[in-house]
Design a protein around this ligand. Structure first.
Ligand SMILES: C[S@@+](CC[C@H](N)C(=O)[O-])C[C@H]1O[C@@H](n2cnc3c(N)ncnc32)[C@H](O)[C@@H]1O
Length: 215
């Protein structure tokens, strides 16, 4: 999936991955595991996810998103004014404790964004084809320091029943991609015959799985 694919999705408003409510793993898992020490969360490939407003009630939020439409609409949909500014190759959309860095995730400099206590990946790794996932994880790993917890949500379904995105990612894939990290599967949602955000997939099973990944 190259950049033009995603820009087209946003231009044509074909964003079936976008959820109109907060992800249940945030309210069900993260709400119970946040500590008072936790200050900042990074959201790679963030789209205009409403999850970021939930996160911003608790943490400072930094997002990375390719599409200027997504960044603009994230604030505009809530009636919030935002005047973006250019910073190198990226454009920053910042209001209060939410900053969205518009541009290519792969050219963001992790060191310039500071330390994150949490990273939240919902529909990011699964949006990428297999050949890009390794590159994504290599880049993501640069944000994972000793005290960072990566909350990563995957989707499992029979590979040959749906051409992505989304792409299925299984436990064995996660263990290979994150070899050298501590990987714990901590939650699961059965979505068979149910909606995945705004989309319905004709697949024989559909499972969302939550991992916590640490150094
Ligand atoms: C499936 S969507 C998920 C969005 C969001 N995480 C959510 O839960 O709604 C994937 C997003 O990644 C963005 N994206 C794709 N490639 C990217 C890149 N190289 N850098 C930054 N964002 C990217 C797309 O524009 C799209 O908004």
């Amino acid at each position: 999936m190259d950049a033009s694919f995603w820009h087209r999705c946003w231009e044509n408003n074909t964003i079936g991955f976008h959820q109109d409510s907060v992800h249940p793993f945030l309210t069900g898992y993260l709400a119970k595991h946040l500590s008072s020490e936790d200050k900042r969360v990074f959201v790679p490939l963030c789209g205009k996810s409403l999850d970021m407003f939930w996160l911003a009630e608790r943490l400072e939020v930094v997002g990375s998103e390719l599409s200027d439409i997504a960044c603009r609409d994230f604030f505009a949909d809530q009636g919030i004014d935002c005047t973006p500014y250019q910073e190198g190759e990226h454009v920053c959309y910042q209001v209060e404790n939410i900053a969205l860095w518009q541009g290519d995730f792969f050219t963001l400099m992790p060191s310039s964004l500071g330390h994150f206590d949490w990273i939240y990946d919902r529909a990011a790794i699964i949006a990428l084809p297999k050949e890009l996932q390794q590159r994504y994880v290599k880049q993501l790993a640069a944000y994972i320091t000793t005290n960072t917890k990566l909350m990563l949500i995957t989707l499992e379904f029979p590979e040959d029943e749906l051409s992505g995105p989304p792409f299925p990612v299984f436990k064995a894939d996660i263990e290979t991609l994150f070899s050298g990290f501590k990987v714990n599967a901590v939650g699961e949602r059965q979505l068979t015959n149910r909606q995945f955000a705004q989309r319905t997939f004709e697949v024989s099973y559909l499972t969302e799985r939550l991992y916590i990944i640490e150094k």
